[in-house]
Structures are given as C-alpha cells and as structure tokens.
Design a protein around this ligand. Structure first.
Ligand code: BTN
Length: 278
C-alpha cells in the first residue's frame, strides 16, 4: 500500500505533482482531475488513486484498476505548461474532433516509456497511445482537452500502468494481449518510484515542448515498424506495412499497391497482422 506522504517525498518541489491528491479509491482519476481543473486547480496538479471503480480507456472502454496493483493517475496542465498541441485537429471539422489530442497523448506515452526505461524496461508505443513491453500492452494514455472558443483551457493527461500481475485484466476484458511491469522485469516494482520517474519525464517533455522532437521520439519508439498491420476505425479497415508517422502524428501505411496512406489518430485500432488470439 502506498501513501500520499511517500508520494510527496519522491516528487521535487515546484514541479508536476506539487499539488497532489491521493485517493485510496476513486471513480476515475481523469474525472476527478477534470473537476479540480474546472474548480481552478493549478497547472501541474496530479490525482493518483490506488483503485479506480470507473476507470476509463479510449473509445469509451473501461480501464481495470484493482486496489494495490496498478499505477493510475492524471495530470492537469494549463497553458503555457500545456503546450500548443500542433497535432490537435485543424480545418473545418476541427470543432467536432477536439477530443482528439494526439500531441498530448504522445507526450504521455513517451513519458511512460522513459519512466519504464529508468527501471530497465524497454517499451515501445503501439500507435497511437498504447505502451507495450515485449509486444504486450502494459500501459495506456487518455488525454482529454477542454476548450473555450479557440483556446485550450486545460488538458488532463491520464495514465494507467499495469504494475503487478493482478492489474492485468482477464481475457474477457482484453482487446489486445496484455502484460505488467513486474512480469516483464521479473521483480517487484515500487509504484511510487515509477510515478516519480514518469512525472519527471512528463515535465521535461512539456517544459521544452518541440513538436519535431516529440514526433521523432514517438516514431523511434513505434512498435511494428516495417511490419504488416491491420487498422480499423470510423467504419473502415486498412491493411499495409507500417512505415512511420506523418507530419501531424498520423500513421503512415504502405499499401500492397505501393500507395502510401496517412491515417489520423482519431478512434483507430491497430494490431499486427500476425497477432494470434488475445
Ligand atoms: C487506453 O489505453 O484506452 C487508455 C487508458 C487510460 C487509463 C488511465 S488510468 C488513469 C486515468 N483515469 C482514467 O479513468 N483513465 C486514465
């Protein structure tokens, strides 16, 4: 069991997590963080929970967070700490697509990758937002932005990491093979240390946000590059070779006829063509 005191002792003063809310059990840390943001909490506020009873994943799915097993937290960022998301939707359909937050999602996934690297685990990012260890999902990111007119008022970056084997959902809840950090590393992991490592990295990525650096790091960590993948979304499906990212974080697919296609993150699901049953 961890405590707010232990978490606070690991987080440097003046940075992300200086304002820290710890809950033994909460519905969803993203929902709690949104409430705090709407009530005016400072940028960098972090909400952590031991257990979530209504954890949320992408595309309206649930996120399994039993007590004592997972890392589940959300970070509130406001401009200027919430950097202008140059990957946010633009153009005529932009207002309808404002829930899409490719840049912040990528920054969240890169921070998890860095936090895991500090523990000796080499992670990859399954476009757009899943963090994989040995090709199995170990973490996910749900970034949600609030807008007033054309400006972002705040962003909530929610991160869930499977830490102990108890945090890995059973097969009925899985839509992609999953693992956890402890199984991957073969030894116990302190969730508070992992949280501190991820926050330190998130702070570096947001403080010096450069879209080109985010895209380069994201592309360098991309899982299944050069492999055949299947992508589904918006009622359509595509298959081709994953060749990298586009200039706005789109997935670049090379189709069998040689054409290249750019797919926007939106609500897309990707899996390698050779993946067996979950
Ligand atoms: C996904 O892979 O679908 C994204 C999962 C994001 C889960 C985290 S856990 C902390 C935060 N609170 C939530 O309700 N969701 C995010």
């Amino acid at each position: 069991m961890w405590s707010a005191e232990r978490l606070r002792s690991l987080i440097p003063a003046g940075g992300l997590g200086e304002d820290l809310y710890y809950y033994p059990s909460v519905g969803s840390t993203n929902d709690r963080a949104k409430e705090l943001a709407e009530a005016g909490c400072p940028t960098g506020t972090v909400v952590v929970a031991d257990e979530q009873t209504a954890g949320r994943g992408r595309a309206g799915r649930g996120w399994f967070t039993p007590a004592g097993a997972a890392l589940a937290f959300s970070v509130v960022l406001r401009p200027p700490e919430a950097p202008a998301d140059d990957l946010a939707p633009s153009g005529p359909r932009a207002p309808a697509r404002r829930g899409e937050t490719a840049g912040w999602t990528a920054v969240g996934a890169l921070s998890v990758r860095d936090g895991l690297a500090a523990l000796g685990a080499e992670a990859e990012i399954k476009w757009p937002n899943d963090v994989l260890l040995a090709r199995r999902k170990a973490a996910g990111v749900l970034a949600e932005a609030a807008w007033r007119a054309d400006a972002v008022t705040h962003v909530v970056i929610g991160i869930g990491v499977n830490v102990t084997p108890d945090s890995v959902p059973g097969p009925r809840l899985l839509d992609y093979p999953a693992t956890c950090v402890e199984t991957h590393l073969g030894h116990p992991v302190d969730r508070a240390d992992l949280l501190a490592g991820i926050l330190a990295s998130l702070e570096r990525w947001t403080a010096g946000f450069r879209l080109s650096a985010v895209l380069a790091a994201w592309e360098a960590s991309l899982a299944f590059r050069g492999e055949s993948v299947h992508v589904e979304g918006e009622g359509r499906a595509w298959q081709g070779q994953l060749s990298g990212l586009g200039p706005r974080g789109e997935l670049r697919l090379r189709l069998d006829n040689g054409d290249s296609l750019l797919l926007p993150a939106g609500v897309m699901h990707l899996r390698p063509v050779d993946s067996g049953p979950v």
